[in-house]
Design a binder for this molecule. Structure first.
Ligand code: SAM
Length: 397
């Protein structure tokens, strides 16, 4: 059991996130305590914002990630508050009215019947998927058109769109990001996938069909309402006083204006891109009807956004320079660094340490190690793997 002087808050979880540091927070915060110099703490690759959720009430945070959904979660933890003027009932009243007006005539053919055969099940799934070729007249139809029959059924997608519309109507409310977070949560727990959106499953056997049906029958509304009410309850009742900043920038742009800070860097460790695994919540947040990626003139199965970010930390030929660029700015701007990495990353720990020492000449560099079961979310055929988590701690002398 690792002890920390800083008290950690157990925060509301909005998404299941690959590489989330939630379970490793005492280890990470131990490292931050060692490096902290009294200024702001920058969570440079914030992802699901586990750090802000745990210590955002005690320190001024600069939260950054290239993905827009991360900024929504950061704001839910750092700047949202509950003025008691919204609750799940109110959001659902708007959503239900919209749904009734635009989706009550959605064809019954799109619904699965009890005890349908595998063939019949897949026929209905195909009808759902073909909605992508249909024209819609109402404004809020992005998920119904693009994602029916994928991670969600058409019915579930109509509710995602209707609730998203209701949340946008309440944009001025100080719990706006918390509402979006609750919808991301409902999407994750209704999805027939394994917690991310890289691939949805096909029903190839009776048993996979049965399992997919469990998720197809779940209610977006129930999950959304429950999550929103508990998340609202956990929010402060007055506007938070600490000055936080939240960005959706490339890490180098974020670092440029940051001086005398403590930077916590948790970059991607492996070759898969977050923009592929979490494109659906990116699209939920941006709601911008993106171009969908095609390969050889065919739409890709995962229906990814065409403009997905490709991280240099996930590309073998680029990872070394990506670290050097990061270290150089941090050294120049007199900040401290706490870097998370693992012994299964894109670059060997010894090489990483060598680069660290080459760039940070007027600094102390130390390393902490923790044995840890890593969640791979099904990527490697196994859901968990033992890895050594490392923290490289760098402080100006
Ligand atoms: C290991 S995850 C961070 C997990 C986070 N610490 C948590 O607890 O949820 C790495 C993050 O880096 C982000 N990322 C990748 N390339 C980036 C870049 N060039 N600039 C900023 N963020 C980037 C990804 O979107 C992803 O959220």
């Amino acid at each position: 059991m690792i002890e920390t002087k800083i008290k950690l808050k157990s925060s509301v979880q909005f998404i299941k996130y690959m590489g989330s540091k939630t379970k490793l927070l005492p280890f990470v915060i131990n490292g931050i305590e060692e490096a902290y110099n009294g200024g702001v703490i920058c969570d440079l690759f914030a992802g699901s914002c586990s750090l802000s959720g745990a210590i955002g009430e005690q320190f001024p945070i600069v939260s950054n990630d290239i993905q827009a959904y991360s900024s929504v979660i950061a704001k839910a933890y750092l700047t949202d508050w509950n003025d008691c003027k919204v609750n799940s009932k109110m959001v659902m009243e708007i959503a239900k009215e919209y749904h009734k007006k635009h989706y009550s005539t959605l064809s019954n053919n799109l619904r699965h019947t009890e005890n349908s055969s595998l063939k019949e099940f897949n026929r209905v799934e195909k009808l759902n998927q073909n909605l992508i070729n249909q024209e819609f007249e109402n404004t809020w139809h992005l998920f119904t058109k693009n994602y029916s029959g994928t991670w969600w059924s058409a019915e579930q997608c109509t509710w995602i769109d209707s609730i998203r519309k209701a949340i946008e109507d309440l944009k001025e409310n100080p719990a706006y990001n918390t509402m979006l977070g609750a919808l991301m949560y409902a999407m994750a727990y209704n999805s027939q996938g394994t917690g991310h959106y890289a691939q949805y499953r096909d029903a190839k056997t009776d048993s996979s069909m049965k399992d997919i049906l469990i998720y197809r029958k779940k209610s977006i509304i129930d999950y959304f309402e429950r999550k929103l009410d508990s998340a609202l309850e956990a929010l402060p009742s007055i506007q938070p006083k600490l000055k936080h900043e939240v960005y959706t920038l490339d890490y180098l742009d974020c670092l440029k204006n940051l001086k005398n800070a403590t930077v916590y860097a948790d970059p991607p460790y492996c070759f898969v891109h977050y923009s592929r695994f979490y494109h659906a919540i990116e699209t939920l947040v941006l709601y911008d009807y993106p171009e969908i990626q095609h390969k050889n003139k065919k739409m890709v199965k995962g229906r990814y956004r065409e403009d997905r970010h490709q991280s240099p930390f996930s590309i073998k030929s680029k990872v070394k320079n990506a670290f050097i660029d990061m270290f150089e700015i941090i050294a120049k701007n007199n900040s401290s660094l706490v870097l998370s990495y693992s012994d299964t990353g894109m670059i060997e720990i010894d090489d990483l340490l060598k680069i660290t020492k080459e760039v940070f000449k007027k600094h102390t560099v130390s390393v902490k190690t923790l044995d840890y079961t890593h969640m791979t979310m099904g990527r490697k055929g196994d859901r968990d793997r033992m890895v050594k988590e490392k923290l490289i701690i760098v402080k100006p002398i």
